[in-house]
Ligand binder design. Structure first.
Ligand code: PLP
Length: 462
């Protein structure tokens, strides 16, 4: 469903006589709604698939029918490599007035948290006797994780990816192909995540009989946001257990970057109950180049829908969005493909509205500084998405975040090396290594690079 089509759907679904979208527009207490947000704003053609998914989510995920969750847990351990470590970051802890612990989701198979959900949903497809998987991807991490999970389970797999993102994330495109997935470029719009989701939904609407749509974040119509959160909940459960083991207490704060919100919800899920209200929860979104929006041109130079968005419907759910005065979705922007999305998960939007989660934004320049900081100070090259959360530590007030901050390292930065090189070369960042050997001419002429006569590419970066 395209965002243009979302208005008529919203109106139709608001009509109780329409016969579909039973949870849309309800009082927030029925499953699938979170305060004002959530619901099932989908075309009629998709309702049977959504209802089927709702049933199997309850049966297999919530009730562990046929030992589904035991099967999932065994696979995410043996194939995925869980549990991931909770590591004390010694250098960062010296730098700040609080201790920093890193939840190392970058060490999960595939290099990001995304596998938790991709494996869970591919396994669910198997239990549903579906043979084909479709998925969208932005940074390519979800596509990669889905291609891996599909290969592991013997399922056919097609991934939709915006053309711009294909250019930004070439290594991940190759990884998907290596795992046997077909990658379908999406040319519409800006060629990023929003268009890829719309295109995947279009495919699913005509292939639901044998196909499952493995959505990549806590977005979309119910039950996707709840189901994706539940597959990622293991992150928060491990943080809880490992914190008690390591420092005999719960963290005082948990910090995670937020695009659609899956690593955020995964890291927060075991702390949202009222008895854990002392644990601060911070969602760091992409401030892009500026938090201001150009309504006339329909452009938001950021992806900070929690901080600057307003209520609307996108991709099957009511949530916070970057939209113009007519409800048209704005072009978003972020240095990181995985945060470059005009919406956010409905549960996270509600947790921000109710004050349980604090939303903050970090701009492109500072995110790049965070990328270099974790690389240099801790020996971990993070994904550009994660780098937003790292950079935010610089402005965190110890009186607010407390003594023990757990930061979710949602992914590793291998996929971002080309972008990080290009973006660093454009800027004058004190923290960056000397970039002169990577100047524009050298990058476009590999022969010239070879002729740098043994010049050390790390010169100045010791
Ligand atoms: C490493 C990494 N972190 C974070 C994100 C943002 O997604 P989400 O907000 O769903 O965790 C992505 C998206 O691709 C990602 O690849």
């Amino acid at each position: 469903m395209s965002e243009r089509a979302s208005k008529p759907d919203e109106e139709r679904n608001a009509d109780p006589g329409s016969g579909s979208a039973s949870t849309a527009g309800d009082d927030g207490e029925r499953p699938g709604t979170y305060g004002e947000y959530g619901g099932q704003y989908v075309p009629e053609a998709l309702m049977p698939a959504i209802e089927e998914l709702d049933d199997v989510y309850e049966r297999y995920v919530l009730e562990n029918d046929e030992g589904f969750m035991d099967d999932f847990e065994a696979r995410i351990r043996d194939f995925g490599g869980r549990p991931t470590p909770l590591q004390h970051a010694e250098q960062l802890s010296e730098r700040y007035d609080f201790e920093v612990y890193l939840k190392r989701e970058d060490l999960l198979h595939g290099g990001a948290h995304k596998l938790n959900n991709a494996l869970g949903q591919c396994l669910l497809a198997k239990y549903m006797d579906k043979e084909r998987i479709v998925a969208e991807t932005g940074a390519g991490q979800h596509g990669t994780a889905t291609a891996m999970a599909a290969a592991h389970l013997g399922l056919d797999c097609e991934i939709y990816m915006g053309e711009r993102d294909i250019r930004r994330q070439r290594p991940n495109v190759f990884r998907m192909r290596l795992n046997g997935a077909q990658v379908n470029p999406v040319e519409a719009g800006r060629g990023t995540l929003k268009e890829a989701i719309s295109e995947t939904m279009r495919d699913w609407a005509t292939t639901v009989e044998d196909t499952h749509y493995v959505i990549g974040s806590v977005v979309g119509p119910h039950p996707f946001p709840a189901m994706v959160r539940d597959f990622h909940r293991v992150i928060a459960e491990e943080i809880r257990e490992q914190s008690i083991e390591k420092f005999d207490a719960l963290p005082t704060s948990v910090v995670a970057c937020a695009g659609g919100g899956s690593n955020t919800m995964g890291a927060f899920a075991a702390f949202t109950d009222s008895e854990d209200s002392a644990v601060g929860l911070v969602a760091v979104e992409a401030g892009g180049s500026s938090l201001s929006v150009d309504e006339d041109r329909g452009v938001a130079p950021n992806s900070a829908s929690l901080s600057t968005g307003s209520e609307g419907v996108l991709h099957g759910a009511r949530t916070k969005l970057l939209q113009d005065g007519y409800g048209q979705i704005m072009e978003s922007h972020s240095i990181s493909s995985g945060l470059d999305y005009a919406g956010v998960g409905p549960e996270l939007a509600n947790l921000v509205d109710t004050g349980r989660v604090r939303a903050v934004a970090v701009d492109d320049d500072r995110a790049l500084e965070g990328f270099h900081r974790l690389s240099q100070e801790e020996g971990i090259i993070p994904a550009l998405e994660t780098a937003h959360a790292i950079a935010w530590l610089d402005e965190a007030d110890s009186a607010e975040v407390g003594e023990r901050v757990v930061l979710n390292v949602s992914g590793r930065g291998d996929k971002d090396l080309e972008s990080a090189l290009e973006e660093t070369a454009k800027r004058d960042l004190d923290i960056a290594p000397d970039m002169h050997v990577f100047d524009a001419q050298a990058m476009t002429d590999s022969d010239e690079v070879a002729e740098t006569n043994g010049q050390d590419v790390n010169e100045g970066a010791q």
